[in-house]
Design a protein around this ligand. Sequence first.
Ligand code: SF4
Ligand code: MG
Length: 329
Amino acid sequence: EARGLTKSFRVPRSPSGSNRLRALDGVDLTVGRGETLGLVGESGCGKSTLARVLLMLERPDAGTVRFDGTDPFALRGKELLAWRRKVQMVFQDPFASLNPRLNAADLIGEPWRSHPGLVPRQERGKRVRELLEMVGLRASDADRYPQEFSGGQRQRIGIARALALNPEVIVCDEPVSALDLSVQAQVLNLLTDLQAELGVAYVFISHDLSVVRHVADRVAVMYLGRVVESGPAEEVFTAPRHPYTAALLSAAPSLAGTGGPERPQRIVLSGEVPSPVDPPSGCRFRTRCWQAVDICAEVVPAEQPAPGDGSHLAACHLPLGLAPAAAGD
Ligand code: SF4
Ligand code: MG
């Protein structure tokens, strides 16, 4: 559970005089045990910084992270090590994240070096072979090197490596973006099957809505360092309340096989994403929003619940009623 996460970085001074890049600006999110939270947004919206904070690779300037009620940033020593085991990461590019001089067994077992008590040395070979089979590879693949595997197989090794520490949460940052479409579906299905089997939760980061739709129970849509809409995935995807979400959805090709009826009317966004060094006042989306009014420049929109149980929120002064996508699937 994250509340009010804020993180900025020092950058060269912009023409307006600002030298802070506001990567996260008051982000709230929750991921439940065994569920998948899809985190969606264009590049530069803060998704990767958020991932780094959740993995404790980056300390927020303000805000809190709680894991089962514990603040991981307050932990030290053994407790910190135990926490680190629970939250693991799967990266975008399996090429870049795997050391070419280590074979599959070494790569999968590498995390045990920092957690020596977890799997006794004499059981490690057996555990590696089990992990290989869990991710759809063969036990005999243990002796092969990354360059002998396909991209999809390398991502399976990346997943096995993340699973080696029996995590409770895996932060997946664009885990299938570097893969061919047909392979993407296989890796997504593997992640879904592993979740059903192990009860692991995913924070699934992607710019690709069709991919997120395939896996997420809930989604959070980010724009320029803020969550602009969040809620149950099916609701957000069929009845978006924030204009930015509606625009993203209208531009997304539907995932092969989901075969929804009509595509929602295409919304073409004007302009580019503003710089996070000089973000717009008020609503950050206002420079590209077709329904912006004066108040949008003056007041940061509060999150408003959609009708229902209150779990579907949109930070907009004029949330969409019946959005174009509601007419589609
Ligand atoms: Fe558009 Fe205003 Fe809503 Fe922002 S607050 S998304 S500018 S209508
Ligand atoms: Mg990124």
